[in-house]
Design a protein around this ligand. Structure first.
Ligand code: SF4
Length: 444
């Protein structure tokens, strides 16, 4: 440990473990903390350390099976299922580096000046609670700040764990570090995000923030103001990735192709011309309406290996009411563009939403049939009520969710047991089997 980590002179950043039925590492990286670390480095003189419970490449992580391009299984330990989730007939797990190992490692550091914890899904808050307990046990009472998705969407609930920082934390974090240390730091433009803070040779970044659309089930607009990140920063981050020998970069953009003529296209023309040894992946669905011939061609040239498309449903009422971002014609046209650019249809993946309030099984099965005919792989995306969205407000106003409730009720595997979903456990199993059948046939 270097001398910079002396008592009260450094900042601890935490990406908590996950408590859930399932979790898979589809490039799950704490991008918000990478950004925070970059602000701390640029605008303060404090050192920092990232304790990433979900880093499968950490020497502290028990080995697990890795799949292609930096994805794979998280280490997991079976744990007691919370009473409120008893109806879900599955085992409940804690995913991530074991608690005792992480606490032992934390004990090698003297207490930091402050702790920042990022958060993900609202129903993953028990992991935040665990981190706070470990911080208290190992280092005692310290200022704790909680940011990220859950903290931004449910600040009242999250305040039990620490002081909440809502939305983008960069300069706000610099300011609170000034407050807790009794000093003043100035903070200005966005620095390059440090992409190499977790282990392995994959990382994540974005070219944009937020999304200008308003789908009834999505909270993107509540978390970030829609904007394009400066081109030189985006290219600078990719250059940094190359220098760090990162091979796989996943784009976390919610709206990668909006205004592509002035953003995506010039950026990826540049990427294609530089010949960098990078592979790109899209864990989030693309807006198919915005895919044109050049977009598809650039993705091929720039070495996009994982392309996921937003379909959600073939039910036209559903699309009109909840996600006016595409029509089926546009979806089919996008598939053709990708095919002409050299992608195989079976390598394209389309998200199919399951469990939305009022959505019956036949609507989902029809969507799966449609994808089978097109030869595109389905990926089921399970509905989770997200505070602040239109669907969520409706569930509360109709009494399906009490005004005050445990966020564990937002778990994405709970819908077959909830009154708002006409889709029961048996339907759910039928849908899963059908999706599996289609994906398996397309692998041949
Ligand atoms: S679902 Fe996609 S298109 Fe709709 S608001 Fe969210 S990010 Fe935007």
């Amino acid at each position: 440990m270097g001398k910079d980590f002396s008592r009260g002179k450094w900042v601890a950043l935490f990406h908590p473990p996950i408590y859930d039925f399932t979790a898979y590492d589809l490039w799950l990286r704490p991008l918000g903390l990478y950004r925070l670390a970059s602000y701390i480095k640029k605008y303060t003189d404090f050192n920092f350390f990232l304790f990433d419970y979900m880093d499968r490449n950490s020497p502290l992580a028990p080995p697990t099976r890795s799949k292609k391009y930096g994805t794979g299984k998280f280490y997991r330990e079976r744990t007691e299922k919370p009473e409120i989730l008893r109806r879900v007939k599955r085992f409940f797990y804690r995913f991530g580096i074991p608690r005792a190992r992480m606490e032992g490692f934390m004990g090698e550091f003297p207490p930091p000046l402050a702790v920042f914890i990022t958060t993900g899904m609202t129903y993953w808050y028990p992991g935040v609670g665990e981190v706070v307990e470990s911080v208290r046990r190992v280092w005692g009472n310290l200022p704790v700040f909680v940011g990220g998705t859950y903290a931004s969407l449910m600040p009242g609930h999250a305040s039990q764990f620490g002081e909440v920082i809502r939305g983008e934390a960069g300069c706000k974090a610099v300011e609170v570090l000034g407050d807790v240390s009794g000093r003043r730091f100035s903070c200005g433009g966005e620095p390059l995000t440090m992409l190499g803070l977790s282990g392995g040779n994959s990382s994540v970044f974005t070219t944009t923030r937020g999304c200008p659309f308003r789908c009834s089930f999505c909270a993107s607009f509540l978390l970030h103001r829609w904007r394009k990140r400066p081109r030189e920063i985006v290219l600078g981050e990719m250059e940094m990735a190359v220098r760090l020998s990162i091979k796989d970069l996943a784009l976390y953009d919610d709206a990668l192709l909006v205004d592509s003529a002035s953003h995506f296209k010039p950026i990826f023309r540049e990427v294609a011309s530089r010949g960098w040894d990078l592979r790109f992946h899209l864990p989030n669905g693309l807006h198919v309406r915005l895919v044109d011939e050049e977009v598809a061609w650039l993705m091929r040239e720039a070495n996009f290996k994982t392309v996921r498309l937003s379909l959600e449903s073939v039910d036209e009422d559903f699309l009109r009411e909840r996600t006016p971002k595409l029509s089926l014609e546009e979806f089919e046209r996008a598939v053709l563009h990708f095919e002409r650019a050299g992608f195989l249809r079976r390598d394209l993946v389309a998200y199919v939403i399951v469990g939305v309030p009022g959505q019956g099984p036949s609507s989902v099965l029809k969507t799966l049939d449609y994808l089978e005919k097109l030869g595109v792989k389905p990926s089921l995306a399970y509905y989770s009520p997200v505070p602040g969205t239109k669907d969520f407000q409706e569930l509360v106003s109709r009494g399906y969710l009490p005004e005050e409730h445990d966020p564990l009720l937002h778990n994405k595997l709970l819908f077959p047991y909830m009154e708002y979903s006409p889709l029961g456990e048996e339907d759910f199993q039928t849908i899963r089997r059908r999706a599996f059948e289609i994906v398996s046939a397309l692998k041949v």
